[in-house]
Design a protein. Structure first.
Length: 194
C-alpha cells in the first residue's frame, strides 16, 4: 500500500516526466503512465488527466463544520459519533475509529478517475479501496434517531453541492480490532484493524 496520490500520478502520468520534471515525482515512485497533463483520457467526461487527479479532493473541514453547526442548532450533536476524511486509507479509514466495531459498507460505483487508475495501473480493487476514497471523501458515523442526523446531512449536501451516500451500518464485533467489510460491484473485501 502507498499514498493514493503518489500511486495515481505514477500510474497515469507520462513516463518522460521523470526526466523533464524530476522534482515533481515522489523519490520512491517513478511515472510509468501514458498521459500528459493536458491529455483527455476517454471516460473522464472531458477532464484532463491533471484535472481528474485533483477532482476527488475536497476540503471536508468546511462540510464538517456546517454539519456540526446544523446539529448544534437542533440540539443533536450527541447523534454524531465520528467523522473520517478518507485520504491515506481510503474506504478503510474507519478501522481507526472506535473499538469492537464492524463497519459494513455498500460502496457506490467508483468515479471515472478511479476506474482509469485501476485499468492503467492494473491495481486490484482490493488495493483501490484501501488506497483511494473512490469518490467517498468522508464517512459520517452516528445514530439517526428521529431522522435528525440524516436530515442534517441532506441539508449540508444541498448547501455545498456535495453528493452523499448512505453506505451501511455499524455492528458490534467480538474482535477487539475493528473490521470493515466493503460490498462492491467487484466483490466483498474485508479489512481488519492492526
Amino acid at each position: 500500500m502507498c499514498n493514493g496520490v503518489t500511486l495515481a500520478c505514477a500510474t497515469l502520468m507520462w513516463e518522460r516526466y521523470n526526466q523533464k520534471y524530476p522534482f515533481l515525482r515522489h523519490e520512491m515512485q517513478k511515472y510509468h503512465g501514458r498521459f500528459r497533463i493536458d491529455d483527455k483520457p476517454i471516460g473522464l467526461n472531458g477532464m484532463t488527466a491533471s484535472e481528474a487527479l485533483r477532482s476527488p479532493t475536497r476540503q471536508m473541514a468546511i462540510i464538517f463544520r456546517l454539519l456540526i453547526l446544523e446539529l448544534l442548532k437542533n440540539n443533536a450533536l450527541h447523534l454524531l459519533h465520528g467523522l473520517t476524511v478518507n485520504t491515506g486509507g481510503g474506504a478503510t479509514k474507519t478501522l481507526r475509529l472506535g473499538e469492537n466495531i464492524r463497519y459494513i459498507k455498500k460502496m457506490p460505483e467508483p468515479l471515472p478517475i478511479f476506474q482509469l487508475i485501476h485499468e492503467e495501473g492494473r491495481v486490484s480493487w482490493n488495493e483501490m479501496f484501501e488506497d483511494f476514497n473512490n469518490g467517498i471523501a468522508a464517512d459520517i458515523i452516528g445514530s439517526d434517531e428521529g431522522g435528525i442526523l440524516e436530515s442534517a446531512i441532506k441539508k449540508v449536501s444541498l448547501e455545498t453541492d456535495v453528493q452523499y451516500h448512505e453506505l451501511g451500518e455499524c455492528v458490534y464485533s467480538q474482535n477487539p480490532k475493528n473490521e470493515v467489510f466493503l460490498e462492491t460491484d467487484y466483490g466483498i473485501f474485508p479489512y481488519y484493524g492492526k
